[in-house]
Design a protein around this ligand. Structure first.
Ligand code: CTP
Length: 408
């Protein structure tokens, strides 16, 4: 993946998040892209144009003419030059102008002339963000084909907390890199179900059985697939991470039974299911409506009953050419156990995690996996080195892209 040599117009508008665009610019430049920064007048109140000019090694453009030389900046040329037109931060006002063709500044005029891909990273206050006019304008931009990199939740400049904070530069960079760097939209038209995180099984109103799964692997798979054009449903157990990538519908669940219910209803309508959730194998036989008190019990025995095996159930429901990918977390006899799960659950591929590999555990940002499977007579074995979970996600989706409906 590379933005090397790509042309990017970085539109900066007047929001406090403008300072983050400096980092975004640096990421683009480091990746070898040529960047032309266009600022609105208001943006200059937040960051001096000289900062952007120095880092991009090009004068910043914000007016139609350079005042002292009378040189005309052609918005048409700029629009045609751009492979990507990235507006970050995008204020409510600029979003409104872009959505409605109000071309009263260089940024919006260039946008209207752009044939390249458009990316918009909104940043504004909570109430502005949820105002029906902003919502409608964002929807309109989306319908024009723009990629909206939705704001993250967090503390806002106003002191309020909520959705409105511009997404981090790395995330915006990633979205552009995926779309422009590879132009990989190889999963367009595919519907993919991903499960992620742990399931938790309640004992009483304050206690549960759980596990250490962070959800990072599953979220990375869902995000990578969506960025490559897939329509993703992410069934997630309770995790502390969120996603703002477009094209993902998140269904939050708590227990294995809830996860099964969602998956069983979604599976018939998808092409591929990737099951990365760490589903609890057992749940308490009885749930106590009231808190179990220490005084009323001596030694406490918790009776457990078996949870449904979601992978197995989906394996039974699977119809050609649906593809089912599972995970196996093993501590010993890794490959043998994984191959057994592959067979017994009727999976097409299994992603094997060994707890013995360092950096391949719950909660880390890295993973070391082996992907095993069989496509007709071909034995597929991918023994990958230690990679980031994002890279592992990319590898798993490469398998989907390559082998889905292999006979077609
Ligand atoms: N899985 C599932 N439902 C369960 C348990 C596991 O769908 N109740 C899925 C996991 O999401 C994973 C695969 O099955 O894709 C294997 O999970 P793993 O925990 O490694 O295997 P188990 O079948 O639970 O076997 P064991 O715990 O004995 O290793």
């Amino acid at each position: 993946m590379s933005l090397n040599g790509k042309h990017i117009v970085l539109g900066v508008t007047g929001g406090i998040a403008a300072y983050k665009s400096v980092s975004l610019l640096r990421l683009f430049v480091k990746a070898g892209a040529e960047v032309q920064v266009v600022m609105t007048e208001a943006a200059k109140e937040f960051v001096r144009p000289l900062t952007f000019a120095t880092l991009s090694r090009r004068p910043v453009i914000s007016e139609f003419f350079t005042a002292n030389t009378g040189e005309w900046h052609s918005h048409v040329d700029l629009g045609l030059w751009a492979d990507a037109f990235v507006v970050a931060p995008a204020t409510a006002s600029t979003i409104g102008k872009m959505a409605n063709g109000i071309a009263d500044n260089m940024l919006v005029t260039s946008y209207l002339s752009t044939r390249g891909k458009v990316f918009v990273a909104p940043a504004m206050d909570l109430d502005m963000m949820s105002h029906p006019s902003t919502v409608a304008n964002i929807e309109k931009l989306r319908s024009f084909g723009a990629t909206i990199i939705m704001p993250a939740e967090g503390e806002l400049a106003s002191g309020l907390v909520g959705k409105g904070r511009m997404e981090e530069p790395e995330k915006i960079f990633e979205a552009v890199d995926y779309r422009i760097g590879t132009d990989t939209r190889d999963l367009t038209g595919m519907r993919i179900l991903v499960t992620a995180g742990p399931t938790i099984e309640r004992i009483d109103p304050v206690r549960y059985i759980g596990n250490f799964s962070s959800g990072k692997m599953g979220y990375a798979i869902a995000e990578n697939a969506a960025l490559r054009g897939a329509d993703v449903t992410l069934v997630s157990g309770p995790v502390s991470i969120t996603t703002s990538v477009e094209g993902i519908t998140v269904k939050k669940v708590e227990s294995a039974e809830e996860m099964e219910k969602e998956c069983v209803s979604i599976f018939p309508d998808v092409d591929v299911a990737i099951l990365s959730a760490a589903v609890a194998d057992y749940r308490p036989k009885n749930y106590s409506d009231t808190k179990i008190k220490r005084e009323t019990t001596g030694d406490f025995e918790l009776e457990l009953v078996k949870n449904p095996d979601i992978a197995k159930r989906l394996g039974e429901m699977k119809r050609d050419p649906q593809m089912l990918i599972g995970f196996a977390l093993e501590t010993n006899n890794e490959e043998e156990n994984a191959r057994r799960k592959l067979r017994e659950k009727n999976l097409n591929f299994i992603v094997l995690n060994s707890m013995r590999d360092e950096g391949a555990c719950f909660g880390t940002d890295t993973n070391k996996v082996k992907i095993l499977g069989k496509v007709e007579t071909i034995d597929v074995i991918k023994d990958l080195p230690l990679l980031s979970k994002k890279e592992v996600a990319e590898e798993i989706n490469n398998i989907v892209s390559l082998y889905y409906d292999w006979t077609e």
